[in-house]
Write a protein that binds this ligand. Sequence first.
Ligand code: ATP
Length: 248
Amino acid sequence: MYAIKVEDLTVSYDLKPVLWDVDLNIPSGVLMAIVGPNGAGKSTMIKAILNLIKPVSGTAYFNGKTYKEERKNIAYVPQRGSVDWDFPTTVFDVVLMGRYGHIGWIKRPSKQDEVLALEALEKVDMLKFKDRQISELSGGQQQRVFLARALVQDANIYLMDEPFQGVDAKTEKAIIEILKTLKNQGKTVVVVHHDLETVPVYFDWVALLNLKVIAYGEIKTTFTKENIAKTYRSSTLKQTGDDLNDSN
Ligand SMILES: Nc1ncnc2c1ncn2[C@@H]1O[C@H](COP(=O)(O)OP(=O)(O)OP(=O)(O)O)[C@@H](O)[C@H]1O
């Protein structure tokens, strides 16, 4: 059984397809990058499989179940730009929110939940900021807080949309260490990533996306010059739709 199985996923905004017939079988325990040029549909794919946007067609399964059935086991770190950071709440409360899937909205978090939140903040080196408003943090600090929130969720599958965006080198290193730890615990981690150079250093699996899935699989066999060139070869593919019916 796959950790994530995406079947026939097609998504369009205002009738313009941005994802075309995407199929992906992601095994458990991989640390996988999703790469592709700007506008390739990476964020859209993550959102569509998490039911945050409605696809034209297609389904995603998590450990063989629907998102709704499996949501407790799925943690999502959204792109920083898509979050309303002016929302008045403290760092600690944002992280504690990660526990709500376990405790339910009506119950109060227990001492144990609070301890887990503090531990996660410690892991991402943000404990000293626990009482700060999230609006008063730098981009890298916000990213760490979101990672801590995903960590306390104690999920089985992690989906992250550009967690390295706008962070300094030290934070990037801290984040990748955490991702590797998750992988070593047998969890499945899927990350939208921009920097091609670090793909083989950080990840063991990759999906190359540009409207369609160009290729996906183990880095060694998949992250080839040919596949990269095919993925990043201008954006005419999107504009004309010429290649929509390519058999590859
Ligand atoms: N809410 C929306 N309404 C209309 N079009 C959208 C919307 N969100 C994204 N798009 C368009 O869909 C396409 C795919 O966008 P998406 O954000 O999924 O790409 P991406 O690969 O994540 O890009 P980037 O690397 O720049 O973040 C783009 O052409 C984008 O302009």
